[in-house]
Design a protein around this ligand. Structure first.
Ligand code: KIV
Length: 305
């Protein structure tokens, strides 16, 4: 089914920084399994995010909060294997899930190390502003690159009162600017800006030496990230304004499965070309074994004619 492709030059955190300096846009997509990882890598994405959005688009929760560290490691490892099959050009970053880095810097380092060692990611992403600068500094000093994430931070959904655009007034915008600077100073190599006004994202992008990756943050970020299921049109529910569907694979998948169901019902599938034959095979005739034989040969249900 699969073959190992020729390894390509990997995108590193340094390459992402070079891209910003050169004005080259950075394309990031989420993935949660090996097949998706192979497809998006072959399509030329610069980075893959194993997002804790897995909790919503794969696990069916209505927030990212129930996702565990073990689940993130499981999905990251699957994505890493898919990347190895495709040649593995894309940079791989994995989300630190809710509760895995908030309690202490020691715990954050321990859990980030598991994401790298067991999940195979090259970097971790964690949500939060300047309050997390110390934690981020500790993880970075442990040798693990950290991508920051500010603006709409889904793990704080209850504190934000819903999935709402952040930084819309001057005071809140100033706070986000301070957060962005603090995270760069703490050692982040890139920063996700989620659902903030495009003007604010443009300003922050101009202030930082590290690349900004936007989602619902306008066109002036150094890169963009979209959730795999959103960009391919797998999600049928509410479509946020910032999502553009580049395909309608949800409809295509339903139509394909319906075609299969119809053909099974109409006895059209499997056809001759889907069947195996063995001309030398003699037909089997079911023979009821005698009671004493049945005890001796409990597995025998038939004998050649
Ligand atoms: O979990 C996720 O997919 C994310 C992106 C939307 C940035 O954090």
């Amino acid at each position: 089914m699969s073959s190992q492709a020729t390894p390509q030059k990997r995108v590193t955190i340094h390459e992402l920084r070079r891209m910003k300096a050169a004005g080259e846009k950075i394309a990031v997509v989420t993935a949660y399994d090996a097949t998706a990882a192979r497809l998006v890598d072959e399509a030329g994405v610069d980075a893959i995010l194993v997002g804790d959005s897995v909790g919503m688009v794969v696990q069916g929760h209505d927030s990212t909060l129930p996702v565990t560290l073990d689940q993130m490691i499981y999905h990251s490892a699957a994505v890493r294997r898919g990347l190895s099959r495709s040649g593995g050009r894309a940079h791989l970053v994995g989300d630190m899930p809710f509760g895995s880095y908030q309690a202490s810097a020691d715990e954050a380092v321990r859990n980030a190390a598991r994401m790298v060692a067991e999940g195979g990611v090259e970097a971790v992403k964690l949500e939060g502003g300047s309050d997390f600068a110390d934690v981020i500094g500790r993880v970075v000093r442990a040798g693990i690159p950290v991508m920051g994430h500010i603006g709409l931070t889904p793990q704080s959904v209850h504190q934000m009162g819903g999935y709402v655009v952040q930084g819309k007034d001057n005071e809140k915008a100033q706070r986000l600017i301070r957060d962005a600077r603090a995270l760069e100073a703490a050692g982040c190599y890139a920063l996700v800006l989620e659902c903030i006004p495009a003007e604010l994202a443009r300003f922050i992008t101009g202030q930082l030496g590290i690349p900004t990756i936007g989602i619902g943050a306008g066109a002036h970020c150094d890169g963009q990230v979209l959730v795999f299921h959103d960009l391919l049109g797998f999600e049928t529910g509410v479509r946020p304004r910032f999502v553009k569907r580049f395909g309608e694979l949800g409809q295509a998948a339903s139509a394909a499965v319906k075609g299969y169901v119809d053909e099974v019902k109409q006895r059209a599938f499997p056809a001759e070309e889907h069947s195996f034959h063995s001309p030398s095979l003699r037909l089997l005739q079911v023979v009821e074994p005698a009671a004493d034989e049945a005890e001796d040969h409990p597995g025998v249900i038939g004998a050649p004619v």
